[in-house]
Design a protein around this ligand. Structure first.
Ligand code: NBP
Length: 483
C-alpha cells in the first residue's frame, strides 16, 4: 500500500487530474469501469509517470495508504451512488470518498450523511476549469465532512490553480453539499457572464455593424482593463479565428445554445430560496429561446421591429457605453449570486467563507477574472457585508457608470436588439435602490380577491389588516391560501 490517492473514472477530467497530481509528487492509483482504459492510459498519457493501474476496485483500494482516499470522477447522478456502493465494502472507518463530478448539492448532502453513519468521510467537491484546468490547475471547491479536509488539503491545494501571490484557488467551502452548491452557483454565474458578453457582441455587431476583426480589437482592448477575464480573452480570440476558406468562423456557427443543467439548477435554487437571481434566470431562458430556431425563423417573417432607427452616431462613445453596461451588469450578477450563497448558507447552516469563495474563483475556473479580486477585497474589508452593492467600490462604479448603462440600453430598445441580461440587471438595480416599490398595490389586490391581508405603513410590522373592498365580502381573512 503505497499510493496517496486512488481515482476512479478515466475520462477527460479524471485523466488530467491524475496527471496533475502526479506532477506534484503524489502517487496515484487509477481504475475505470471499462478496464481497458486503465491500460491504454498507462501505455499512453501516463507513460513514464509513477501512476499505478488497478484492474478492480478491490485492487485499487489495496494499493492505498491509510486512511484511504478514493476520488470519483465519473458521470454525475446515479453512477456516483453505484460507484460508492462498489467501493464501500472494501473500505474501513475513517477512509475518505471524494466525488469530484458535477453532482447536485442535495445528492452531496445525502451522501455526506449516509456515509458518516458508516464511519466514512465524504467530500463533494466542485472542480472547474475544464480539461486544461484539470491538467494544470483547476479551481477546486470542496465541501462535505469537515473531518475529511485535513486528509485531502495538501493534495487539493497542490494541484489547484494559484493566484499571483501563490495562494491556491482551493479552500474548505463548508459542510455537506456546500462545495457542490458553490460550484453550481459558479456555473450559473458563468451562464450570466457568457450571456452578457453575447449581448454586448450583438449590440456592437448589429448596432454598429462591426466586423469580427473589429470586434476582436474591441474585446482585446477590453481585456486590458476592468473586464480582464478568461471569457473576454477567449471571446477576442474567437473573433479572430478564420474558417478554412479564410472567412470568420464565428459567422458560420449556428445560433442555438446547448446546456447541461447547472444554470437551471442555480435558477431553481434561487426560486426555492426566494432570491431575485434574475440575471442567471434570464441567461438560462436566453439559451432556451435560442434553441427555438425554427420558430424564430417563422416569427422573423411576420413580427416586425423598429425601422428607420439610426445607429448611434458617436461610435467610440457607444463602445464605451456598452463596455460600462457590461461591467455594471456583471456587478449585479455577482451581487445576485452572492445573495443566493448567503441565503443557502443560512438555510443549510453552512458557514460559507464569501471572500474565500471569490478567491477560489479568482484563478483556474471559467469565470476567473481580475474583478473577483475586488469581491475578495470587499469581504476582507467587511466579513459581514450584507450585499456586494453596498460595498463602496461596487456602488462607486455603478454610480459612475449608470448613465452609460442606461444609454446603451436605450439604444438597444430603439434598435430592437434583445438584451435580456443587461436589462434585467438594470431593473434589479433600480428595484433594489427603490425605497417604495408598487407592491402596496399588489398587496391590495391580493387582499381584494383573496382576503390575504396587508400590513400598513402607519402600523407596526407584523400586524395584518383586511379590508372589505366591495362591501360585499365577509370579515374573514385568509391565512392558509397563498396565491
Ligand atoms: P463523463 O462525465 O463523460 O463520465 C465518464 C466517466 O464516467 C468514465 O470514466 C465512465 O466509465 C464513467 N462511468 C459512466 Br459514464 N457510467 C458509469 C457507471 N455506471 N459506473 C462506473 N463508471 C461509469 O466524464 P468527464 O467529462 O471527465 O467528467 C467527469 C465529471 O466531472 C462529471 O461529473 C462532469 O460533469 C464533471 N466535470 C466535467 C468537466 C468537463 O469539462 N468535462 C468540467 C468540470 C466538471 P467508462 O469509461 O467505463 O464509460
Amino acid at each position: 500500500a503505497s499510493c496517496d490517492i486512488g481515482l476512479i473514472g478515466l475520462a477527460v477530467m479524471g485523466q488530467n487530474l491524475v496527471l496533475n497530481m502526479n506532477d506534484h509528487g503524489f502517487k496515484v492509483a487509477v481504475f475505470n469501469r471499462t478496464v481497458s482504459k486503465v491500460d491504454d492510459f498507462l501505455a499512453d498519457e501516463a507513460k513514464g509517470t509513477q501512476i499505478v493501474g488497478a484492474h478492480s476496485i478491490e485492487e485499487l483500494v489495496r494499493l492505498l495508504k491509510r486512511p484511504r482516499r478514493v476520488m470519483l470522477m465519473v458521470k454525475a447522478g446515479d453512477t456516483v451512488d453505484q460507484m460508492i456502493d462498489h467501493v464501500l465494502p472494501h473500505l474501513e472507518a475513517g477512509d475518505i470518498i471524494i466525488d469530484g463530478g458535477n453532482s447536485l448539492f442535495t445528492d452531496s448532502n445525502r451522501r455526506t450523511k449516509a456515509l458518516a453513519e458508516k464511519g466514512i468521510l465524504f467530500i463533494g467537491t466542485g472542480v472547474s476549469g475544464g480539461e486544461e484546468g484539470a491538467r494544470f490547475g483547476p479551481s477546486i471547491m470542496p465541501g462535505g465532512n469537515p473531518a475529511a479536509w485535513p486528509h485531502v488539503k495538501d493534495i487539493f491545494q497542490a494541484i489547484a490553480a494559484k493566484v499571483d501571490d501563490g495562494t491556491p484557488c482551493c479552500d474548505w467551502v463548508g459542510e455537506d453539499g456546500a462545495g457542490h452548491y458553490v460550484k453550481m452557483v459558479h456555473n450559473g454565474i458563468e451562464y450570466g457572464d457568457i450571456q452578457l458578453i453575447c449581448e454586448a457582441y450583438d449590440l456592437l455587431k448589429r448596432g454598429l455593424g462591426f466586423t469580427p476583426d473589429e470586434l476582436h480589437d474591441i474585446f482585446a482592448e477590453w481585456n486590458k482593463g476592468e473586464l480582464d477575464s478568461f471569457l473576454i480573452e477567449i471571446t477576442a480570440e474567437i473573433f479572430a479565428k478564420k474558417d478554412e476558406d479564410g472567412k470568420p468562423l464565428i459567422d458560420k456557427i449556428l445560433d442555438t445554445a446547448g446546456q447541461k443543467g447547472t444554470g437551471k439548477w442555480t435558477a431553481i435554487s434561487a426560486l426555492d430560496l426566494g432570491q431575485p437571481v434574475t440575471l442567471i434566470g434570464e441567461a438560462v431562458f436566453a439559451r432556451c429561446l435560442s434553441a427555438l430556431k425554427d420558430e424564430r425563423i417563422e416569427a422573423s417573417k411576420v413580427l416586425t421591429g423598429p425601422s428607420g432607427v439610426a445607429a448611434p452616431s458617436d461610435r467610440d462613445a457607444f463602445i464605451e457605453d456598452v463596455r460600462r453596461a457590461l461591467y455594471c451588469s456583471k456587478i449585479i450578477s455577482y451581487a445576485q449570486g452572492y445573495m443566493l450563497l448567503r441565503e443557502a448558507g443560512k438555510e443549510n447552516h453552512w458557514n460559507l467563507n464569501m471572500g474565500g469563495i471569490a478567491l477560489m474563483w479568482r484563478g483556474g475556473c471559467i469565470i476567473r477574472s481580475r474583478f473577483l479580486g475586488k469581491i475578495k477585497e470587499a469581504y476582507d474589508k467587511n466579513h459581514a457585508l450584507d450585499n456586494l452593492l453596498l460595498d463602496n467600490f461596487f456602488f462607486g462604479v455603478l454610480n459612475q457608470y449608470q448613465a452609460s448603462w442606461r444609454k446603451a440600453l436605450v439604444h438597444a430598445i430603439e434598435l430592437g436588439i434583445p438584451t435580456p441580461a443587461f436589462t434585467t440587471a438594470l431593473a434589479f438595480y433600480d428595484g433594489y435602490r427603490t425605497e417604495r416599490l408598487p407592491a402596496n398595490l399588489l398587496q391590495a389586490q391580493r387582499d381584494f380577491f383573496g382576503a390575504h391581508t396587508y400590513e400598513r405603513i402607519d402600523q407596526p410590522r407584523g400586524k395584518f389588516f383586511h379590508t372589505n373592498w366591495t362591501g360585499r365580502g365577509g370579515r374573514v381573512s385568509s391565512t392558509t391560501y397563498n396565491a
